[in-house]
Design a protein around this ligand. Sequence first.
Ligand code: RAM
Length: 512
Amino acid sequence: MNEQWVELAERLTPALHETKAAPKRLVEVAADADAFQGWRMEPAWDVEELRNKTFGKGESFTLDFGDHCVGYVSFAVDSAGSPQDAPLKLKLTFGEMPCEIGENFADYDGWLSSSWLQEETMYIDVLPAIVRMPRRYSFRYLKVEVVDASRKYTATFSDFVCVSVSSADRSAVPPLPADVPDDLRTMDRIALKTLEDCMQTVYEDGPKRDRRLWIGDLRLQAQANYVTFGDRDLARRCLYLFAGMPLPNGAVSACVFETPKPHADDIHLYDYSLFFAACLHDYYEATKDRETLEELWPVALRQLRIGVERLDARGVVKDDPSWWCFIDWVEGLNKQAPAQAVLIYNLRRGLKLAELVGAPEAGRIAEQLQRALDAALAHLWDARLGAFVSGEERQVSWASQVWMALAEALPREETAALFDRLHAAPPAVGMNTPYMYHHYVEALFLCGRTEKAWEEVRAYWGEMVRDGADTFWEAYNPNDKKFSPYGSNVINSYCHAWSCTPTYFVRTYWGN
Ligand code: RAM
């Protein structure tokens, strides 16, 4: 642990801006097989009417705040009828999406902790009361149930407010060029909102879950941020947190926690550690902050060395059945070829950094880059299939082709031709997250298939908009809308920063 770096990271902790949001209307959730994930919200009554209603045992109402909020909720509650002769017992359920209000959390049987499901049971001994909820919630909908009052009194409610928090500076976002079409403007707005709600005292992956800094997520968030909110200190803080708290072998951990004091998780993911080099590269490109580049360069170099150590005698990344590399949440996805490509991608960026700082290792990195590229073409490219294959079973996945495209393993025209073939006959192993779709779209732009890239942005993020996204989601498969990597869609995060890149695409590639 490098205490000084962690202290520097702590000094860079941003202040959070607060904005107040009030509920816009009351709604009722309705089961509807045709609606997204089987649930629809129907308008119930005006928010002004809430004051005049009373709620007894078993009665409930659902507030709709009209947009996604991340913050602290307070409200006023009182009794009506006879004096309050028993505590008031309430249950509050927060939902980013209708499914969280519609489903019963008690039925959840996914493999992630059910403690992520946002609910609260509380007892109020003395009424009237102002309730200030201590936990931060990420939600649009709030269901309030009176579990019990008594035979003699009922409860009344008013003044619901959410004080939303974010460290993003909205006023810094440049306006879009005038010729950006409306549907892309909508996606840009939703993407910005997604990023804003994830920008807290670190780049959180999702404010509902996991509420922490993962390096794979950071990379895309920071890229989107450089062309929008223009923050540099938060990105710098995150880089120093990862650099200051490596795993025992020097690898950057896949994610870190901020509290009670900064500490790293014990997860090593091959691709995520390597992305430290790409993150530093992007940070330098956006800020030209040489001091940070020079100080953190040895950490990037270390990640490249660890990455190269995994190459076998042929120069191919060793495969392994464990969760050694992330790439995407796809059951059965073989990670070997995409991991090889991620190594190449980061060696390219590492080489640029080495040249910038005048590192003596530059020549060695260039050799390793060439070796990894040669091995990819010799052992992972299947000329008969015209595609990259991965693992012993020679799996053909989208992920392998996309990452090899980003690694620039083939000349540009050949990559474009590879994508044309894939569009005619898509690989069986697909993509399940906006994180993987981001890389796919980026690869299309990179090889010059610009029209196809916009078509895919519209088909994927556009479909989320049509499905009711206020902020973009962690996981999404347009052909399986209840898809979840965790065994239940209610635990999915519906404001997940790695999905915020339509704003990056529009602001980087529109008109170029
Ligand atoms: C999940 C989250 C996070 C991602 C990791 C690998 O916990 O979706 O964003 O980076 O997986």
